[in-house]
Design a protein around this ligand. Structure first.
Ligand SMILES: Nc1ncnc2c1ncn2[C@@H]1O[C@H](COP(=O)(O)OP(=O)(O)OP(=O)(O)O)[C@@H](O)[C@H]1O
Ligand SMILES: [Mg+2]
Length: 255
C-alpha cells in the first residue's frame, strides 16, 4: 500500500451544459496540508469544478472521493458535513445581516436543523449555538475583524467582506477548503491577512484549493498548480514550470 489517501480525489469527472463542456475527464488530487492552485482563463470551468466537488452540481460521469470515501452522489448539505468548506466567487453574503449572523448560518453540523431534535433537546441546541458563536468570534479575531462582529456586512470595506466570506467557510472545520478567487479586489492589510490565514489552514492539515487570477498569490502560496481551459486540465506541475509553459502563456496570457 502507498501512503494515506488524498483528502480529495477527483476521477475522470465529466460535466456539460448542452454544448458547453465544463469538465472533460478531470483528474485532480489534493493532499493533506497542500495548497493547490487552480488557474485558467475565464470560462475554463474552475468554479464549475468547485460546484461539482461541493455538490452544487452533479457530474455526468466520474467520481469524487473525500478522505477516501465516495461522495459523488451526495447532496450539498451532506457534502458540507463530509468536510467540504468553500467560499463563493461572488461572496454570497446575506446583505441585510450582521457579520456574526452570516457566520452562524454556516456551521458544519447543528442540532437545531432538525425540528424533532430541536424540541427534544433545547439545552443541547443552546449549547451548540454558544459553541458556534465562540468559534465565530475566534475566527473573526484571527482575521482581525473581532470588532466587526455586530456590523452589517455591507458597511464593511470590500476587502473585509471578502475576509468574512473566508470566515464563513472556516466555520466548517472540514478537511477540504475551496477558495474561489479569494484575492479578487483585495489589497493592503486584508491581502496579508488572507494570505496568512490560508497558509495557517493548510499548516493545520487541511487540503486547500485556490482558484485565482492573481498569479503572484498562487506563486507565493502553492507548490503545485493545475492549468485548466475549456473544462480540461492541460498542465499540472510546479507553479514555476506552469508559468513557463507555452500552452499556458498562449491560452492564458494570449501572447
Ligand atoms: N449552471 C450553468 N448553466 C449553463 N452554463 C454554465 C453554468 N455554470 C457555468 N456555465 C458555463 O460554463 C463555463 C465555465 O464556467 P465557470 O464559471 O466554471 O468558469 P470559470 O473558470 O470559473 O471562469 P471565471 O474565471 O470567469 O470565474 C462558462 O462558459 C459558463 O458560462
Ligand atoms: Mg469562476
Amino acid at each position: 500500500m502507498s501512503g494515506p489517501a488524498p483528502i480529495l480525489k477527483v476521477d475522470k469527472l465529466c460535466k456539460a451544459f448542452g454544448g458547453i463542456v465544463v469538465a472533460d475527464n478531470v483528474d485532480v488530487t489534493i493532499d493533506r496540508g497542500e495548497i493547490l492552485g487552480l488557474i485558467g482563463p475565464n470560462g475554463a470551468g474552475k468554479t464549475s469544478l468547485f460546484n461539482l466537488v461541493s455538490g452544487v452540481l452533479k457530474p455526468d460521469s466520474g467520481a469524487i472521493y473525500l478522505d477516501g470515501a465516495l461522495v459523488t452522489g451526495d447532496p450539498l448539505y451532506r457534502r458540507a458535513r463530509s468536510g467540504v468548506a468553500r467560499t463563493w466567487q461572488n461572496m454570497m453574503l446575506f446583505k441585510t445581516m450582521s457579520v456574526m449572523e452570516n457566520l452562524l448560518i454556516a456551521p458544519r453540523d447543528y442540532p437545531g436543523e432538525k425540528i424533532g431534535r430541536l424540541l427534544l433537546m433545547t439545552g443541547r441546541v443552546r449549547a451548540a449555538e454558544q459553541a458556534a458563536k465562540a468559534r465565530a468570534l475566534g475566527i473573526l479575531d484571527r482575521l482581525e475583524l473581532g470588532r466587526a462582529a455586530d456590523a452589517n456586512v455591507t458597511d464593511l470595506p470590500f476587502g473585509h467582506q471578502k475576509l468574512i466570506g473566508l470566515a464563513r467557510a472556516l466555520m466548517n472545520d472540514g478537511s477540504l477548503l475551496l477558495l474561489d478567487e479569494p484575492m479578487a479586489g483585495v489589497e493592503g492589510a486584508a491581502y496579508e491577512t488572507m494570505q496568512r490565514v490560508v497558509r495557517e489552514e493548510a499548516a493545520s492539515g487541511r487540503a486547500v484549493c485556490v482558484v485565482e487570477h492573481n498569479v503572484s498569490f498562487i506563486k507565493d502560496l502553492c507548490t503545485r498548480a493545475v492549468f485548466m481551459a475549456q473544462g480540461r486540465i492541460l498542465e499540472t506541475g510546479s507553479v514555476d514550470d506552469l508559468l513557463k509553459s507555452k500552452v499556458l502563456t498562449d491560452l492564458y496570457f494570449g501572447v
